[in-house]
Design a protein around this ligand. Sequence first.
Ligand code: HEC
Length: 155
Amino acid sequence: MTRFFFLILGIILFLTACKDSAIVGAFLQPAINPKTGLIERKLDQAQIERGERIYTSHCEGCHGANGAGTPDWRKPNADGKYPPPPLDGTAHAWHHSTEVLKKTILKGTPPEMGSMPAWEGKLTEQQVDDVIVWIKSLWPDEIYDVWFKNFEGKS
Ligand code: HEC
């Protein structure tokens, strides 16, 4: 019985020590493209396609084709609010975690601050997740790499 106890204790200690080791780490780390040294994106193709359809019917009218945004997105309108920014990696969508993007899309911006409508109740959470994956698929590899390191893992 004592021997069994020590065996279990040994296994627990071993696994704890392994947690940060290269062996276990290799399973948790994202794959790196050997040519570019950048993180390989593993986005779900079906989700990208669903997200694109949601984008085209609900978002494109403001954020433009392929998330290109308004050319003058840095300049506030006469009412002091900013026009829809690009979502394709050339503005600041990638400065936000997935949670923050999701919250922005679901809740919109407060009317006194901006004109991004709230999609809660109009789109399901799944649809919002899908459109975020589509947005991420637009970002250049370098941008995705920085975003991933900032928000998803140190790698
Ligand atoms: C009526 C026009 C309009 C529509 C439709 C619209 N947006 Fe926006 N969106 C905006 C504006 C304007 C902003 C900037 C808000 C601000 O300055 O606070 C914005 C901001 C955003 C941001 C934050 C970007 C950043 O860089 O922080 C995201 C993400 C976003 N929209 C996604 C979407 C998605 C996804 C849809 C479709 C489901 C959508 N928007 C539909 C006008 C719109």
